[in-house]
Write a protein that binds this ligand. Structure first.
Ligand code: SF4
Length: 254
């Protein structure tokens, strides 16, 4: 019950035997992330700066909604994707987060929330490209969505955002039921390649074909994200339904 009850030590776990309470700390410990800084905006959004054991830092952002909270989670220290509009890209990739470091952001912030609304939604849109750290991400998601001994988040309330790593995207769909969002940001290859170098490896036609064949659970959709940058991604007229959620069957007609 390390994730459910959030004890600070094994000694607090009165639901396990006393010999086990003595044995566990000899082999494991329950680490907490160090909060280096915490900023709260006027609308209640909280930005956490966490220090990691090797001195690196990551950010997590807690966003209040009308009746729940959403947490934006980091998956890497820095990022190798080099998207032109992104501050994280300026520090390049330093390392992947471990499974424990991904989980700890959610576990520690949820523990910090004394009053409702509850933290019910997660978006992997913080620092890093989550699908470039696929094994640790999938390991963390197993615990995040485990309703017996894990954190108990519903799969449909967990969204992983990718810049468009096509092979990892399809593998993610085969191995996980969490939701997928694709950071699109341009409607033509020239513009998208300038903004997001990953587009040179997986251009729009390849990316959209992967969206069409993505193994979605019934009733679910792939979400597209689109940043409006004046004069760069706003030179064409937006078509209703283009930006936001769409289903792979709808993609065939766009
Ligand atoms: S993938 Fe995400 S974190 Fe990485 S550079 Fe692009 S926008 Fe930034």
């Amino acid at each position: 019950m390390v994730y459910r009850r959030q004890p600070d030590s094994f000694a607090e776990m009165s639901d396990i035997s006393k010999p086990l309470r003595v044995l566990l700390p000899q082999h494991f410990h329950i680490p907490r992330l160090e909060v280096r800084a915490l900023q709260t905006a006027a609308d209640g959004t909280r930005k956490y700066l966490f220090g990691l054991s090797d001195g690196e830092t990551i950010e997590s952002v807690l966003i209040p909604e009308r009746d729940h909270r959403t947490l934006c989670v980091s998956s890497q220290v820095g990022c190798a994707q080099n998207c032109r509009f992104c501050l994280t890209a300026t520090s390049s990739l330093r390392r992947n987060l471990t499974q424990g470091e991904i989980l700890a952001q959610i576990r520690d912030i949820r523990r910090d929330l004394a009053a409702p609304p509850q933290l019910t939604n997660l978006v992997f849109m913080g620092m890093g490209e989550p699908l470039a750290n696929l094994d640790n991400l999938l390991g963390a998601l197993e615990i995040i969505t485990d309703s017996d001994v894990g954190l108990g988040f519903a799969n449909k309330r967990v969204t992983v955002s990718t810049a468009g790593l096509v092979p990892q995207m399809l593998e993610f769909g085969r191995r996980c039921r969490a939701s997928l969002a694709v950071s699109l940001n341009a409607a033509d290859n020239d513009t998208r390649s300038r903004l997001m170098p990953i587009n040179r490896r997986y251009p729009l036609e390849v990316l959209l074909e992967a969206c069409r064949s993505y193994p979605l659970p019934p009733g679910r959709r792939v979400t597209f994200e689109y940043i409006l940058i004046q004069g760069i991604t706003t030179h064409w007229k937006m078509r209703a339904g283009w930006c936001g959620c769409f289903s792979p069957s709808a993609a065939k007609s766009t």
